[in-house]
Write a protein that binds this ligand. Sequence first.
Ligand code: ADP
Ligand code: MG
Length: 243
Amino acid sequence: MTPIALDLDQVSFTYGDGPLLQAFNLRVRQGEFVSLVGASGSGKSTIFKLLTGLLKPQSGTIRIMGNPPAPGRVGYMPQADCLMPWRTALDNAAVGLEVQGVPRPRAREQARALWADFGLSGAEGRYPRELSGGMRQRVAFLRTVLGDHPVLLLDEPFGALDALTRAQMQQWLLDLWDRLNKTVLFITHDAEEAALLSDRVYVLRGQGVEVPINLPRPRRYGMVTEPALVERRESILREVGVC
Ligand code: ADP
Ligand code: MG
């Protein structure tokens, strides 16, 4: 049996104004791609903050590869891309490694090694304001991947992109995912995106409901119009309460 990478067991959390999560359970096995889907305000980003250790649950247990949450134990890409406007794209990608103590020249070298794979060729010296939305997301994503964590938490990485760029980024992530060999927990409010990318989907509503996807890999963006994927999308929307 594949080991469990992320485990939330009977987790309850409140910011102080009524319960947000109550006896919530979530398990992600190593190598799985799992999405969290739910209405705005349902607690998706809060779950990531609990997994990173930024917040502590009032009760329940959280484990990352068998250990309690601690700084640096997961790769975390927050909802905003948080690029530093005064750093070039390359130096923004390298900053996570620098924070971990890697000297800047070596951090840059490691960023350069994946630069083309992330579709960023030619953009090394550009500042964030000179990058398209999709490129900014890829720089932020590269910064997260370079931390070399086996588990990545991605909070709505494509949420702010236009539909066309979003479709391109989904295809790009599917291709990259086949090679990365990481465990991913992915937040999205887009049921189609969740169905296309994931092995399983958790819908955050009440105690949480799991929707298995069970579609073969490799996947490609064109599958969004195929009946099997449309059916999964509808199952997710049904659990969200939309149809
Ligand atoms: P989601 O990511 O699903 O949109 P969040 O986890 O960001 O939801 O927020 C869940 C709920 O908790 C929302 O109602 C939000 O207003 C509230 N919330 C988020 N952060 C805080 C905070 N630091 N203090 C108080 N309430 C918060
Ligand atoms: Mg959020």
